[in-house]
Design a protein around this ligand. Sequence first.
Ligand SMILES: [Zn+2]
Length: 95
Amino acid sequence: MTSTPRKRVNLTNVTKEKVICRIWGSGEMSLCNCDKCGRLFLAKWESRCTSCSQLVLKDTHKVKDFVREHPRATLIEIYNMTGVPLQTIKELMRA
Ligand SMILES: [Zn+2]
């Protein structure tokens, strides 16, 4: 599995996460800090722990359902209507 480097800005925990991944990284699995809650977890390529990934998955469905019904909705409208964090919506819109 190849991991594509993602461009992330203005995230305070990015530096910490990268340092820890470098220290602990061995072979395929690395011990990383979760992007969202900061907990340590074993990761191949994902940047969030299992519980946070599941939360994001729920948010993903919320956003996708809303966008399907409101194709012209703006980021702020999606945020106001779904309550999903802006950061998550932005990631989804990029994908
Ligand atoms: Zn987490």
